[in-house]
Design a protein around this ligand. Sequence first.
Ligand code: FAD
Length: 531
Amino acid sequence: MAEALSAFFKSPPDGIPGELIEALGRRVTTSDGVLPPRVFLEVVEQSPVAISITDTRANFVYVNKTFERLTGYSYEELMGKNQSILSYKVTPPEIYQQLWDNLLAHKPWSGVLVNRRRDGSRYLADLNVSPVLGVGGEASYYLALHRDVTELHELEQQVRNQKILIETVLDAALVIIALLDDQGRVLLDNMAYKKLLGDMRGREPAEFFLQDMTASNDGDVASGMVNHEICYQPESGAPARWFNCSGVWICTSGETADSYFVPGEERRLLLVANEITVQKQQQERIRTNALQALMAKQQLVHRTREILSGAMFRFQGPLNIVTAALAMLERREGGRDDPLYRILSDVHDSGEKVLESLDLSLPRESNEPVAPVNLNEIVHDVLELCTERMLSEGLLVDWQPAKMLPTILGKQYALRSLLKQLVDNAIDAIGEPGCQRRELIIGTLACDECIELTVRDTGPGIPRGKQFRVFEPFYSGWIHRTRQAGMGLTIAQEIAIQHGGSIHIDSQHADGCLVHVILPLKPPAYLLSGA
Ligand code: FAD
């Protein structure tokens, strides 16, 4: 090859490469002066890029060693042949056309062609061609540099295929997936995420999840988050949706030139969310059913206590008369020997025994523990429990909860019974004759060291004279519901007092009935001690 080079240099084909070399040699200078053109030729010869020079018809006049190695053709085989010797039919003719159009306009061209080697195998050639312009600006020769980029293309294709594969798998997944940069911008998402984006009417779900996760992790999601439950309440008023969300930080290498030698770390957050609305609704249904069963049990205990207490109360009347009669006979001389005294005495004793056994059979109420209670949640539970009844009565409910309501210390089930009694009464009141509007308004309000709960209905109301009596045992003023025992408000008042609070009917309220329940944040010591 050294000989071929030297021959080539001494007698360049058509004389032009010699001119070209000299021209380039004139531009390349060293401290000693002009770089010999031979050095330049050797550089070209030994270049790792396939270099060829052709005449204006694309006939080879020079190829370097790499060109020979890459195409499989020898220098001698190529001389005088056309570049089209490398053409392969899958390259579209328009590509060659662009190449030629550029060269004819004295412009360089670069692009990728499918080339065929001497042995028939193909490779992808990343080609740069440019005209070599003479002093008069005419193109006498063309210079071509090309590299085999088959492997690079295969790698790019593999990356592309993997991306398609990953995207297809992500899209098929039912879970919501998004990859975020450290500024919270979405870099990659799947179909489930896009669907949620549509449902949230343009609000970025990732931003919403991140806000919630950050808030509940003291402003930090740096350590990631696992199985965090998030509730989304649509502005349209549609039912709330629940998501179980996890965030995992992933560290990737930097992609910029700067990070080539000093790999910079880029942090990405992989957000994965599962919609658990159905499970939450099921849980809520189970909870409500359990509550309903518990309330029904408590109501049964209350009713049984009411009935037995009523029976004892009624029984006590005649027994008192017998006791009085016995006392009168005792005061009489010889009264104790009177046969009537013995009879009355037997009646009295067996009456006392009956009372005693009735008292023993009074079902005991369970001693519920004191715990922090959120009254808004209690109202929510009671409204859930009463939904069916309210719907069948065609009731319009207006629930006005205090936004920030402190918890109180109290007995959850007892307080739920208290409120349920008031709501049941309101529904009963609206069912009374002559009721025009069918509305129930419940509100909570945080006051100084206490919470006020109000239950208002648009029923017939309670006349002023009876506003205290309604709390007495066995008082019932209903017209339609005559079978009520009249213990509801008595029990409600008992619970309020037990919690150190109070309950009263608003005497100033004219349109229906308004009940105020005041409950202190901290109950009296006896409630806490469980006495
Ligand atoms: P061709 O008939 O050779 O050419 C196809 C079309 O190109 C023609 O229809 C015509 O429009 C245009 N064309 C061809 N010759 C000329 C011309 N002299 N003047 C104006 N337009 C013309 N091809 C490769 O396949 N692989 C290469 O690596 C490659 N390297 C090249 C390097 C240089 C410096 C040059 C100048 C050309 C190169 N070519 C290369 C193009 C090659 O010369 C052929 O044009 C191409 O291979 C198509 O060959 P073909 O036999 O299918 O059709």
